[in-house]
Design a protein around this ligand. Structure first.
Ligand code: SF4
Length: 412
């Protein structure tokens, strides 16, 4: 019999995350059976972390993400549109930091993943406490939730929509802390494109082969610049997608840089560089042309079945709402996000940032507006003046149904 060796597939723990203390209350220790246990009042402590995190990630960003936006402004290879987008996102970050308006209006769905050590006693009810914490933030803030209950008959009453999903896995028997990772899932804020392939994925020598078509198909639907994660392999398609999700949140950055015979997951940094270069060549840019389709790329390679290779692709969008949290014997903590994004905002040079902007007067007849638009190529930056009605997602489908029925667009 071969020697047994245990090894987690994903052996990575963020170690340099700055945290801020939410409260030192509701956590204590107790000695029993010769061990020290951390006792957590779930109804209070497990609730406090997501409540604070959901508010923070609606208004604040990670310092690293802001620094990457500033880098676009400083890069002479960035297109005018890249820099225009980066500058606007930095301005938005400044407005959001005021605590009234969120960074993006699509505040979507709260997703919480967590794990609890065996020497932590909460008394149960963690999922409910986490959901309640999220609920309290959504109920008291300018946040919109997007989930619809899967009901056929919705007449006769208002169905409260629960914006939170909690997924907590119990593991790590030696741990005396509980930790979580929170982010809202907006309409397209995170995309996973499951592929199940029965052929060998791209090798480093041909980095464009596998992900290029899929990466390009992301387009601007999820608001680049992206933090892109590509997972190649996985013991199942579900595992590949979950790993892609964690990687896009930069939770797996500390993975080793090479695999081993036990099949550990690793970051393929060589392929990361190749894929990042590919994203710069496809020309989509931050939006409407340029170099910055992605801020960065993670490529995670996982063990897989010999006859199939799942591939997962995920992005974190320009709202990049991620926050780590933990409960230790010292209290309840969440990741410290940047409170002063203005310090990443340079003095803008109107000459440099301006470029060609076509002014469109929306009060003109639509035929004239369309004729004017037809004279300019895609990528042209427009300055729109006049009334504008916007709709997205299912509203477009409903409008098209009306047009197809010959009913025209609603006038009120
Ligand atoms: S993709 Fe991100 S930035 Fe774009 S609308 Fe959705 S949440 Fe907002």
């Amino acid at each position: 019999m071969p020697t047994f060796e245990f090894q987690p597939i994903l052996d990575a723990h963020p170690h340099d995350t700055p945290y801020r203390l939410i409260t030192a209350d509701h956590v204590s220790t107790v000695e029993a059976a010769g061990r020290s246990f951390v006792t957590v009042e779930a109804a209070e402590a497990s609730r406090a972390s997501p409540r604070e995190a959901m508010r923070d990630i609606a208004h604040f960003l990670r310092p690293g993400h802001l620094a990457q936006l500033k880098k676009i402004l400083d890069d002479p290879e960035a297109s005018g549109n890249d820099r225009f987008v980066a500058l606007d996102l930095l301005k938005n970050a400044g407005i959001a930091a005021g605590g009234i308006l969120p960074m993006c209006q699509d505040t979507g769905t709260a997703i919480v993943m967590g794990k609890k050590g065996q020497f932590v006693i909460t008394g149960g009810g963690d999922e409910e406490a986490i959901a309640r914490g999220v609920y309290e933030t959504y109920a008291t803030s300018n946040l919109r939730y997007s989930q619809l209950a899967a009901l056929v008959d919705v007449q006769g009453g208002q169905h409260r929509r629960q914006p939170a999903g909690a997924d907590r896995a119990l593991r790590d028997q030696r741990a005396t802390s509980t930790s979580s990772c929170s982010w809202p899932r907006a309409g397209l804020g995170q995309q996973e494109l499951p592929l199940s392939r029965d052929q060998e994925p791209a090798q480093p020598a041909e980095p464009d082969g596998l992900p290029r078509a899929k990466v390009r198909s992301l387009g601007t639907a999820a608001c680049p610049p992206y933090h892109l994660a590509v997972v190649i392999g996985g013991t199942s398609a579900e595992y590949a997608l979950k790993t892609a999700k964690l990687a896009s949140a930069r939770y797996l950055d500390e993975l080793p840089g090479e695999g081993n015979k036990l099949g550990r997951g690793f970051r393929d940094r060589s392929l990361e560089a190749d894929v990042l270069a590919m994203t710069q060549r496809i020309g989509v840019g931050a939006q409407f042309g340029g170099k910055y389709f992605c801020h960065d790329v993670r490529v995670i390679r996982l063990p897989r079945h010999g006859a199939s290779c799942p591939v997962g692709i995920a992005v974190s969008c320009s709202a990049d709402r991620q926050c780590l949290g933990k409960i230790t014997r010292g209290g309840v903590w969440i990741e410290q996000l940047e409170r002063d994004p203005a310090r990443y905002l340079p003095e803008p040079d109107p000459q440099e940032l301006g470029g060609a902007v076509v002014k469109i007067d929306l009060t003109r007849p639509m035929a004239e507006v369309r004729a004017e638009l037809s004279r300019h190529p895609i990528k042209t930056r427009l300055s729109l003046t006049g009334p504008l009605i916007v709709a997205r997602d299912i509203a477009h489908a409903k409008l098209k149904e009306r047009l197809d029925r010959g009913e025209g667009l609603p006038s009120t």
